[in-house]
Structure formats: structure tokens, C-alpha cells
Design a protein around this ligand. Structure first.
Ligand SMILES: [Cu+2]
Length: 100
């Protein structure tokens, strides 16, 4: 009886862990350098292009610094896809820093 009890508790913990883990496992934040943003309207275009990428959850553009900080789900998209999206919008970007 006791063993069955312990086993069922372990199972509940296991299932809960499985359900919760994808939520933390894969979020990444990176900063891209976007040197060709030349007027205050450019960041709007860049932000729009980035927001459209599936897996991107947050985009902050700093026009003064010519950079974009992006939070994305590592299992749904990649830095390559993200830099391609800004490039396609007319703004080539390069990876500046990689903050976990
Ligand atoms: Cu502009």
C-alpha cells in the first residue's frame, strides 16, 4: 500500500514537470545591431518584421543605439531566421550580444 502511494505521487510529480518544462526551457534574448535604421520610422518597420516571425515573443527597438532586443522561443525559431526577417524588411542585422 505504501509503495503504491509513493509511486502515484512520483507519477503526479513527473506529469506536472513534463507539462511545465517547455514553458521555461527555451526562451532566449538576443540583441541585434541594426545599423541602417536612419529615421524614427525605421524601428516601426523592423519591429513589425520581427513580430511576424513565429516564436518571437518580445521585440524592443532602440533607435538611438541602432539595436533590437528580441526574446524568442529557441524551439520555434533561430537567430538566422530573425536576422533574415530584418534583412527581408530592408534592414540587415548582426548579432551583438547573446544574453541568456
Ligand atoms: Cu526610416
Amino acid at each position: 500500500m505504501k509503495i503504491a502511494h509513493v509511486l502515484s505521487i512520483i507519477m503526479v510529480i513527473g506529469v506536472t514537470t513534463l507539462m511545465l518544462s517547455p514553458a521555461f526551457a527555451t526562451n532566449k534574448t538576443v540583441t541585434l545591431s541594426v545599423p541602417t535604421m536612419s529615421c524614427p520610422v525605421c524601428p516601426i518597420t523592423v519591429k513589425k518584421a520581427l513580430t511576424k516571425v513565429p516564436g518571437v515573443s518580445k521585440t524592443d527597438i532602440d533607435f538611438e543605439k541602432r539595436q533590437a532586443t528580441i526574446t524568442f522561443d529557441d524551439s520555434k525559431t533561430s537567430i538566422d531566421t530573425i536576422t533574415r526577417a530584418t534583412m527581408d524588411a530592408g534592414y540587415p542585422s548582426t548579432l551583438k550580444t547573446n544574453v541568456k
